[in-house]
Design a binder for this molecule. Structure first.
Ligand SMILES: Cc1ncc(COP(=O)(O)O)c(C=O)c1O
Ligand SMILES: N[C@@H](CCCC[NH3+])C(=O)O
Length: 463
């Protein structure tokens, strides 16, 4: 986060709030390719287009707010991960980032696998026709029903997250007359440099079994004894929106040390290691994410080196990127409703959505960018806060952003990099209807998740 004071202009704050925004960009009409989906551009009239379609047309046909997803970009990113890791590794797309049947079909065609963490995600992936053996099932509290459905469906891996679950999955698999391939998720004690709520490998949290104190080794001991289980490897996921590869390095080192201990104690070399997801993306121009080929090279080298040092055969590596594939491929299209300049502070720009379609700003203090997309403007920059329509003062979509001072009701603005954890974490707060996901490709648009309707809401209200 680079934050610096900005010289006050006529529509800028007179008293600048401390430390929360950088200087306005040199050109407010520019679209930084780092944060926008690959096919986003401005046409000769200054209207932003995606997949060759002007956003004004998308707003007319599908309404606002809407998530607009660039299919070509999604496929390109999925392919880049697949190619970077090659045939000797597996890439599991983390479905929690955003899941729909269309997306699962694209992933299937691009040769990726999928990770799910609930019965609902499992049902979605199976109903899109993804072969079950390419699904990994996660979660710290999978129900007996969910485990049963996963085993019956024949999922490739179940990732065991607790001692109770080791027994539960073994029992269910055995009673179904099968042997389930499993990984054990361990916490390696890494403090990932990310928001506290999305760091997952330090010891004091709910996921995984701690490596510390011999608990992970004990979990391996138990899993190896149970007939219903085929223990194939160890899983570690250190957190999300991470830029620094050193956390992965420490995690890989510790996972390999467990593989070595398992070999020494049981004479078994576990053939797989899953290093999870968590790679960061650019939400603003200040962020500098790594490319999949750099990540693949770094992770493969770390694991190979650690295994050579431990005299272990290098296991098959899996990764589980969610955000890094889908995050940058979508933006949220909003219509500006009201504009409220607060003297000496900033201008509040209210849009027709809010925390119900993007909870990340309120939940993680996440930063986003925003641009006027239905036209260009030569007006001076105005310090703005983009807020939603909810009955909640924390209903903020973009905390500090510069928009042109001639912004007016009816203009369309868009927030880029909302492909991950926005639709999937959307809510009905205030009975606001969840927006559709419109996929665009080669001049064509189609709805892949439709807008919620009031009938949808009322259908659940059976009292
Ligand atoms: C086990 C596991 N795998 C993969 C992911 C995906 O993370 P990201 O979307 O940050 O790549 C998560 C979420 O943090 C996760 O918990
Ligand atoms: N939902 C979080 C990430 C958590 C991912 C799942 N462990 C986000 O929006 O960044």
């Amino acid at each position: 986060m680079s934050r610096s004071a900005h010289p006050a202009g006529p529509r800028h704050a007179d008293v600048l709030p401390e430390g929360h925004y950088s200087a306005p960009p040199a050109d407010l009409n520019a679209l930084d390719p780092k944060v926008w989906a690959q096919t986003v551009a401005r046409d000769e009239d200054g209207v932003v287009t995606v997949g060759g379609i002007p956003v004004t047309r998308l707003a007319e046909e599908y309404g606002t707010p809407a998530y607009v997803l660039d299919e070509a970009d999604f496929r390109a990113r999925a392919r880049a991960w697949r190619t970077a890791f090659g045939a000797e590794a597996d890439v599991f797309y983390a479905g929690k980032a955003f899941l729909s049947r269309a997306v699962v079909r694209w992933l299937d065609e691009e040769g990726l696998n999928v990770d799910v963490c609930s019965g609902g995600e499992l049902a979605t992936v199976l109903s899109a026709g993804m072969p079950a053996d390419r699904i990994a099932f996660h979660g710290n509290n999978k129900s007996v029903d969910e485990i049963t459905r996963a085993v019956e469906a024949g999922v490739g891996h179940i990732v065991l997250d607790s001692f109770q679950e080791i027994v539960r999955v073994a029992h269910i698999a055995q009673s179904l007359g099968t042997r389930q391939k499993v990984l054990i998720r361990i916490t390696v004690g890494v403090e990932a440099h990310t928001h506290e709520f999305i760091a997952t490998a330090h010891e004091d949290q709910k996921f995984g079994i701690p490596l510390a104190g011999g608990q992970a080794a004990e979990a391996v001991r138990r899993a190896l004894q149970l007939d219903g289980l085929e223990l194939v490897g160890i899983h570690s996921h250190i957190g999300s929106q991470i830029f620094d590869m050193s956390g992965f390095e420490v995690a890989a080192h510790r996972v390999v040390s467990l593989l070595k201990a398992v070999r020494d104690e049981h004479g078994v070399e576990l053939p797989e290691i899953d290093l999870g997801g968590g790679l960061g993306i650019a939400y603003t121009s200040d962020d500098d994410p790594r490319e999949p080929h750099e990540i693949a090279k770094a992770l493969t080298e770390i694991v190979t080196r650690e295994c050579e040092a431990a005299k272990l055969r290098t296991p098959r590596i899996s990764v589980e990127p969610g955000r890094a594939i889908v995050g940058p491929t979508a933006f949220t299209l909003y219509e500006v409703g009201t504009i409220k300049p607060l003297d000496g502070l900033r201008t509040y720009v209210s849009v027709d959505g809010g925390m119900s379609d993007n909870i990340r700003t309120a939940l993680y203090d996440a930063e986003y960018s925003v641009a006027l997309v239905s036209r260009t403007s030569d007006a001076e920059p105005m310090l703005a806060r983009v807020v939603g329509k909810h009955c909640e003062s924390g209903d903020i979509v973009v905390k500090d952003a510069f928009l042109p001072a001639d912004l007016a009701p009816g203009d369309l603005i868009a927030v880029p990099a909302t492909g991950a954890y926005c639709r999937s974490m959307a809510s009905n707060y205030n009975h606001v209807l969840r927006p559709p996901v419109v996929a665009v490709d080669g001049g064509e648009a189609r709805v892949i998740v439709r807008r919620e309707t009031e009938e949808d809401l009322l259908r659940l209200d059976v009292g």
